[in-house]
Design a protein. Sequence first.
Length: 161
Amino acid sequence: MKLFIEKILDFFYPLFKRFFSKTTFRYAACGGANTLFDIFLFFVNYNFILQKQVLNLGVVSISPHIAAFLLAFLISFPTGFFLMRYIVFSESPLKGRIQFFRYFVTVSLSLFLNYIFLKLFVEHFHIYPTISKVITTFIVIGFSYVLQRNFSFKVNEKNAI
């Protein structure tokens, strides 16, 4: 699967070579695909699984947009990690468990930002939840890239692609 994804990315990279390094292009492509996957999961969870209803867990009730966000995260987190580790930042000399811990830390910060922005856009600005998720995602992308490149999957410049 890794080789298949790399071949597809390498096929399209020459079109973007003037604008992006190979690592940045791979991050944009893999991160973009995982982001679209996450938004799709959010949409399905919110509209069809939760049916726009509050998720009552007995001890706590979770608003449907936050529950949909959390459910989507449970799937997009591991797919994102594997894409970043094996496709984007494969030259990182860090061990997998260290990368995973660092990725978890950076994604947790992104998760917190997602939560704050979703609450703000949906509950205070009354923007439709899926549109709020898209806006939130664009805000968090830049933050996430900087942290992943410089912390989670830090690559020495001599090892860079």
